[in-house]
Design a protein around this ligand. Structure first.
Ligand SMILES: Nc1ncnc2c1ncn2[C@@H]1O[C@H](COP(=O)(O)OP(=O)(O)O[C@H]2O[C@H](CO)[C@@H](O)[C@H](O)[C@H]2O)[C@@H](O)[C@H]1O
Length: 542
């Protein structure tokens, strides 16, 4: 479980002061809604549907986005979140108010909807279905990292609940004008709305195209998917049914989390077999990249997780964090560069590349600390690496938000040789904490790291290309003035969620105005039809 959320910071404040600071409160419906706040348009009602939220459960970047983006948008819109009620929510000290019930459908069980009002005012609807969601492990896997074998039912249920809330069938006295869906676990909602002829439009955000939620077509009946949807124009994908494809096919707009990744996924190299469909969406103007941001909790001057808070130029304060990190990872006292890796341990993240250069880094006087959890072979390879270089390489196989923040704060460089990276938050956090990312020039890494200014980029996914970037970093580390200038540039980072409000607002409004237009066209057609029938009747009347 993570603790990054602005809500948590707010809770700490309110707990200590006994009140909620006005500026930290989520403001709903009171301010004009316009793009980023300058227009006079009314707030939109949006349901943000997600499978994780860092307030309670975080596996990776989606958890951060689900906590921060709705909060940023809440200053202009009435935006609420829907997420399964995992055991972390049930065990939390938040009151869960029952607000709705949903009947079973096909193989999807009946469930209830509870409402949590966060300390800053954000409303989170939680889908209560203990048999599906209250389990040990994380939202997707058991404690051994093995995916739950009923994930289709678990996330089909989530998606259908979103569609039912949108249609006003959940008994909740609030209805969204639009669903904002995130990744495959929520994608089927767009399909359920389409198959039921419900008009609520969807915006579907792809945080990672590599995870698709594909299932054997025999699961169709259990999920309540009509037979005619299992075609090439529907959610059929290489003979299977694909949740992700449903999101792409049936949503009004598809977004992804950086401009570069939005282009990349229309190519065979990054498109995971969906490049043709995505390219056609891009041509229609229905696929856009809107970059992620980072929230105010990522501030080295105020972050209470750190061994010592520090500001730009307070390199002694930053050094205190480096000392702390060396200590907790059992590394030797050292004046050389400290490299960090904070990552899910999956193929995407290129851990094999970092293992490949680790010896060279150590020989050059560097040390490396890793924190991560994921695929067992990667975990084992990292443990072996640490055993080979005691005092120089430290590994924590686990998930620890506070420790990760100390690592961003204490390290000189962050290693991120991702094979692909839709946006990436770790490199933005690192920059904010004065740790220069060394990263593959791909996706959001290419968009958020200025090579030679705020970090180092390499072009080819080869050890020599990666090592060349590391050599450049080591050279800069020796040139103290330049090194500090780069740190300052990185810490001045421009990446904040505020920048995402305008593009999302514009997109939502476009989608809704298209829907109004298409409803008008339908109404006029019906009207014309009725008129001509009336005419026929009148002509036929003697
Ligand atoms: N062991 C550990 N302990 C503590 N914290 C840990 C950790 N391992 C990872 N984290 C944290 O998890 C988050 C990772 O977010 P990223 O966006 O960098 O990658 P991820 O692949 O999970 O996200 C996907 O979704 C996001 C959101 O859109 C995209 O930015 C990204 O490109 C895409 O792959 C960061 O907050 C990081 O600090």
């Amino acid at each position: 479980m993570g603790s990054v959320a602005l809500g948590d910071v707010t809770r700490l404040l309110s707990d200590s002061l006994g009140l909620i600071p006005e500026e930290a409160r989520v403001v709903r419906q009171h301010r004009p809604a316009g793009g980023g706040g300058k227009g006079r348009e009314s707030p939109l009602q949006i349901l943000f549907v997600t499978s994780e939220i860092a307030d309670f459960v975080k596996v990776g970047g989606l958890g951060d986005v689900s906590s921060a983006l709705p909060r940023a948008l809440a200053a202009h819109h009435d935006i609420r979140v829907l997420v399964p009620a995992y055991r972390e929510m049930i065990a939390s000290d938040h009151e869960i108010k029952p607000v709705g019930t949903l009947p079973g459908f096909a193989g999807l069980p009946a469930c209830e909807i509870g409402e949590i009002t966060c300390h800053d005012g954000l409303i989170i609807y939680v889908l209560l279905c203990p048999e599906l969601y209250e389990r040990e492990g994380n939202p997707y896997c058991d404690d051994m990292g093995i995916g739950w074998d009923d994930n289709d039912i678990r996330f089909g249920r989530l998606a259908l609940a979103a569609a039912e809330i949108a249609s006003g069938h959940a008994g909740i006295d609030w209805r969204p004008q639009l669903l904002h869906l995130n990744d495959w676990p929520t994608a089927l909602a767009a399909g359920y709305l389409h198959w039921r002829d419900e008009p609520t439009p969807c915006v579907f955000t792809i945080h990672n195209l590599a995870y698709q939620g594909t299932y054997d077509p025999s699961r169709r009946q259990a999920l309540g998917i009509p037979e005619e949807a299992l075609t090439i124009d529907g959610l059929e994908f290489h003979g299977n049914l694909s949740f992700l494809k449903a999101g792409i096919v049936y949503s009004s707009r598809i977004t992804t989390v950086s401009a570069t990744y939005a282009r990349e996924i229309t190519t065979p190299e990054f498109g995971c077999g969906l490049e043709g469909l995505l390219a056609s969406k891009a041509e229609e103007g229905r696929l856009v990249g809107i970059p992620n941001g980072i929230d105010d909790s990522w501030d080295p001057r105020t972050d209470t997780h750190l061994a010592q808070a520090f500001a730009t130029n307070d390199w002694r304060g930053k050094r205190a964090n480096a000392d702390y990190v060396r200590k907790i990872f059992g590394l030797a006292v050292n004046n050389g560069p400290l490299f960090a890796v904070v990552s899910r341990l999956v193929h995407q993240k290129g851990l094999d590349m970092t293992i490949g250069v680790a010896e060279s880094i150590v020989r050059a006087g560097g040390q490396i600390v890793f924190i991560g959890r994921g695929e067992l072979p990667v975990e084992n390879a990292l443990c072996n690496l640490a055993a080979r270089f005691p005092g120089s390489i430290g590994v924590n196989i686990g998930f620890d938000e506070g420790e990760a923040r100390c690592m961003y704060a204490g390290s000189d460089f962050l290693l991120m040789p991702s094979r692909f990276e839709p946006c990436g938050l770790s490199q933005m956090y690192a920059q904010r904490f004065g740790s220069l990312p060394i990263a593959h020039r791909t996706g959001g890494l290419a968009d958020t790291i200025e090579d030679g200014v705020t970090g180092f980029l390499f072009d080819d996914m080869t050890l020599s290309s990666y090592m060349h970037a590391i050599q450049r970093a080591l050279t800069v580390f020796q040139a103290t003035d330049l090194f500090y200038a780069m740190r300052r540039a990185a810490m001045a980072g421009r990446y904040h969620w505020r920048q995402s409000i305008e593009p999302y607002t514009q997109l939502y409004r476009q989608v809704l105005s298209e829907q109004v237009l298409s409803e008008q066209v339908v109404n006029e057609a019906i009207h014309d039809d009725v008129d001509s029938n009336v005419g026929k009747v009148m002509r036929a009347t003697p």
